[in-house]
Design a protein around this ligand. Structure first.
Ligand code: ADP
Ligand code: ADP
Ligand code: ZN
Length: 217
């Protein structure tokens, strides 16, 4: 099963993708994570992406399409994947369709996660992750059971993203509404869209997604 999680920054895409990955054996494909890894490694792609990501803009279609196309070819993707943060533009959506068709694959559904803008600001400004395993946390909504220690792996090295500040979030939201939100209409017209309430608590949102996946399976 191949699905897309679509939604603005802070909607909960990464959080839910990790939960579905564990629960269903689908692979999470986060272009944001891949680009941050490229920046950290100082690769050619990373050098091109760094400044754009810091400003809250979108990295070029060519770069992210290339990354996704290569990643989907890896063997772990054969049993299915969750696209988290891709596609983000109409040309990316069209390219995805072509590359899936050329690889004999298809999309099962696109799940749109709806969250109010005020809530997105609150979610993004409180977000941090475990530097060792990538587990996601939040100052208010998900704190580690033992202060300073990751629930998942026991490490004590937490990180905040440089672009998770209110000012850069405004640019990222603008990019979302201008470039990405047209995908909602695009997938609705293709009869592939299911919209869910992303304002519920994490387990509530997981329940909505599970119900959709059970229905499509
Ligand atoms: P995205 O990948 O869509 O940008 P994340 O999954 O990283 O969003 O979530 C953003 C922040 O909000 C994280 O700190 C996460 O712990 C928190 N969060 C995610 N889903 C919920 C939820 N349903 N309720 C409250 N907080 C949430
Ligand atoms: P969030 O989880 O907050 O939505 P991501 O981690 O998905 O953020 O993305 C971080 C940044 O990486 C984006 O602001 C953008 O600069 C870049 N990026 C990620 N995915 C894409 C994409 N599909 N197209 C263009 N830029 C992307
Ligand atoms: Zn951890």
């Amino acid at each position: 099963m191949n699905i897309i999680l679509l939604g603005p920054p802070g909607a909960g895409k990464g959080t839910q993708a990790r939960i579905i990955e564990k629960g269903r054996g689908l692979v999470q494909l986060s272009t944001g994570d891949m680009l941050r890894a490229a920046v950290a490694a100082g690769s050619e792609v990373g050098l091109k992406a760094k400044a754009v990501m810091e400003s809250g803009g979108l990295v070029s279609d060519e770069i992210v399409i290339g990354i996704i196309s290569d990643r989907i070819d890896e063997p772990d993707c054969a049993s299915g994947f969750i696209l988290d943060g891709f596609p983000r533009t109409l040309p990316q959506a069209a390219a995805l369709e072509d590359l899936l068709a050329s690889k004999g694959k298809s999309l099962n559904c696109v799940i749109e996660m709806r969250v109010d803008d005020d809530k997105l600001v609150e979610r993004i400004t409180g977000r941090y992750t475990c530097g060792a395993c990538g587990e996601g946390y939040h100052d208010k909504f998900r704190v580690p059971k033992v202060e300073g220690v990751c629930d998942n792996c026991g490490a004590n090295d937490f990180k905040r993203r440089a672009d998770d500040n209110e000012e850069t979030l405004r640019s990222r939201l603008l990019a979302y509404y201008k470039e990405t939100s047209p995908l909602i209409g695009y997938y609705f017209a293709k009869d592939n869209l299911v919209s869910i309430d992303g304002m519920a608590d994490m387990s509530g949102v997981t329940g909505s997604i599970e119900a959709i996946l059970n229905d499509k399976a």
